[in-house]
Design a protein around this ligand. Structure first.
Ligand SMILES: Cc1cc2nc3c(=O)[nH]c(=O)nc-3n(C[C@H](O)[C@H](O)[C@H](O)COP(=O)(O)OP(=O)(O)OC[C@H]3O[C@@H](n4cnc5c(N)ncnc54)[C@H](O)[C@@H]3O)c2cc1C
Length: 580
């Protein structure tokens, strides 16, 4: 039997790895019973489990059906529209938004679990629901009370949906190249430009990143001077705004998720945050969306893994089920261990996001000279979350690509057929390493965060975590400490002399850091069962070798490697500018 959508790794994390008591204290609810709080979350996630189970069959049957543009309107396939309605009726929209605006104020962690479950059932539908929550979250944080009252209740009730409009033909990874313009005229704001690849571009509420006309030339090519503008499809007086969807893309996967080109022709909008300060506000949405995509990637990968495991048990070749073949067994084992590692990293990060938010709110109401230790913790938490977010996105999505690819391989020829579920999962997985910032961009961001000191903050936490595990797992703990000192810290001086060499090694370094954090998290779970203990040990053994190899590779080279690449490729290149 396949694992529940609300699976044991989630349940265990919920019950054992979150300091709910201090979270409740920071949230101003110290009297609330932790036990009852966990019971409430469990009940909600069990409801989500039931709904996701019900969505799965239609999602698989109608995977090929494409969202399309009909008479200027975006139409989603029936299974998406019906699925959305089921979620709406079950109250499973915008879970983290405050009850004051119709949400439930649930922790980010609980929403992360939910998005993973939903993506496993229907990855296209998940994109719509995930964005709706993210858009509502940014409005809640940066909108005026009037804007919040106008837009949030309709987003939380599901009457309206949302989109995040960043990408343009010449501004993909490089958002400094945005040329969509926002112009102020007598205190009102108007947007002109074209956005492409916008998920749910037919939605009613668009958060558009646009360059201020007043400083257009001065800020062009940078992320300064960008404003975050809420552009509604209909203006408050009920008239249609001057914007339209000009195209709905056809894609290799995620067919039910509409990916649109949107044109703004002097469309009126409302500034969130302050004019010219939009990039910061959009980063909040992008960071939560990045963790959402990590959850999506893991949901899809879990679905593929379940299929591959079931198939390998029943497919007989050479008189035995193929799972008896050592090569197949090894693939499946690596798939599940990597999935567990990526989950552990994601859940830990999501829990830290909750703590960061709660602590920030708690301290904002206190005099600045009070709670010195908590203020220090807040600073460290901020650094850690900023580093772990791109690492999670990078790792979960790359693991997902690998797991879904292996699931196709385990199915042999039948895995390549148009009707193959695992082929569909693979096609749905590939986009996760691309949108919300590609893997290369995540690795570059992580490198930048590390260079600001967050790596050492993270290592301090790893070391104190490991010390707590020493009594039960002495050998493994010592191994982790040795890896950090002997290989990772020792590699850093080789990266310092030339930023190009550091960038060249950004993925390698990211993977080394991820492996260490994931190993510690798996070790925390080792006493759950023999399987978990062996998984933790196997992960550590395998990744220790990879880390050592990565470190040797970093230490053995310098930026001249890039010149050799030029010669191998037969090109002359100019050094690029770094992502901001
Ligand atoms: C299905 C789908 C849905 C999407 N939904 C949305 C949405 O809702 N809203 C939105 O705004 N956008 C959306 N996008 C756009 C998406 O975020 C971009 O496609 C993505 O950020 C990459 O930009 P790009 O396609 O222009 O690729 P490019 O930026 O041109 O990158 C091409 C390649 O170059 C690499 N590269 C670029 N710069 C660097 C660098 N500095 N260092 C190393 N490598 C680099 C990239 O990693 C990539 O491999 C969506 C895209 C798709 C396909």
């Amino acid at each position: 039997m396949s694992e529940a959508f609300f699976h044991d790794d989630m349940r265990w994390f919920l019950e054992h790895r979150v300091d709910w008591a201090s979270l409740l204290r920071f949230q101003g609810r110290p009297q609330t019973s932790v036990e009852e709080e966990i019971q409430t979350y469990t009940a909600i996630l069990e409801t989500a489990d039931q709904v996701c189970r019900g969505l799965e069959e239609q999602s698989r049957l109608h995977w090929h059906e494409e969202a399309e543009l009909a008479d200027g309107e975006v139409k989603v396939p029936l299974h998406i529209a019906q699925g959305y309605e089921q979620l709406r009726q079950a109250g499973l929209l915008c879970l983290p938004i405050s009850p004051a605006y119709g949400g439930y104020g649930l922790p980010f962690l609980i929403n992360t679990f939910y998005l993973e479950m939903l993506a496993r059932a229907n990855s296209s539908l998940m994109t719509i629901v995930g964005l709706q929550t993210g858009v509502a979250g940014d409005i809640e944080r940066y909108g005026s009370e009037d804007i919040k009252q106008r837009y949030l209740p309709k987003l939380t009730s599901g009457e309206w949906q949302g989109s995040m409009d960043l990408t343009e033909p010449n501004a993909g990874s490089d958002l400094g190249s945005i040329v969509t313009r926002v112009t102020e005229d007598q205190g009102r704001f108007y947007v002109d430009g074209e956005k492409i690849f916008i998920t749910n571009g037919g939605s009613q509420v668009h958060l558009v990143l646009a360059r201020d006309a007043a400083t257009f030339q001065k800020t062009r090519g940078t992320t300064l001077g960008l404003s975050l503008v809420l552009v509604p499809a209909f203006l408050p007086d009920g008239t249609r705004n001057r914007m339209r969807v000009t195209k709905v893309e056809r894609k290799m996967g995620l067919h039910g998720s509409p990916t649109c080109a949107v044109e703004f022709d002097h469309a009126e909008g409302f500034i969130l945050s302050r004019p010219g300060q939009g990039f910061r506000a959009m980063l909040d949405l992008m960071n939560s969306a990045r963790l959402g995509v990590a959850a999506q990637a893991l949901g899809v990968a879990q679905a593929a893994f379940e299929e591959a495991l079931a198939y390998a048990k029943q497919r007989v070749q050479f008189d035995a089920p193929i799972i008896e073949q050592p090569l197949v067994k090894s693939m499946l084992t690596q798939m599940t261990i990597n999935l567990q590692a990526a989950r552990a990293l994601l859940y830990r990060t999501a829990a830290l996001v909750d703590r960061l938010e709660a602590l920030r709110n708690f301290l904002s109401g206190e005099p600045s000279e009070s709670h010195e230790a908590l203020r220090r913790e807040l600073g460290l938490l901020r650094q850690t979350v900023q580093l772990l977010t791109p690492l999670c996105k990078y790792y979960a999505t790359e693991i997902s690509n690998d797991v879904t690819r292996k699931a196709v391989q385990i199915h042999g020829g039948i895995g390549y057929m148009a009707s193959s579920a695992v082929a569909h999962f693979h096609c749905d997985s590939i986009i996760t390493t691309i949108y919300e910032g590609t893997s290369e961009i995540q690795a570059s961001f992580a490198l930048k965060e590390m260079s600001k000191g967050s790596l050492f903050t993270l290592f301090d936490q790893v070391v104190s975590d490991v010390q707590a595990l020493r009594n039960s797992y002495l050998e493994e703990s010592q191994r982790i400490e040795e890896i950090v000192d002997r290989w990772i810290r020792a590699s850093l001086p080789s990266l310092l002399p030339d930023p190009r060499y550091a960038l060249l090694n950004a993925k390698r370094l990211a993977e080394m850091v991820i492996d260490v954090v994931a190993a510690v998290e798996l070790l925390h779970q080792a006493n759950r069962s023999e399987g978990k203990r062996l998984a933790a040990r196997s992960f550590l053994e395998r990744r220790a070798l990879a880390i050592e190899m990565g470190a040797r590779r970093i230490q053995s080279g310098d930026a001249r490697r890039l010149e050799r690449y030029d010669k191998i490729l037969g090109i002359l290149t100019q050094p690029p500018s770094n992502p901001t």
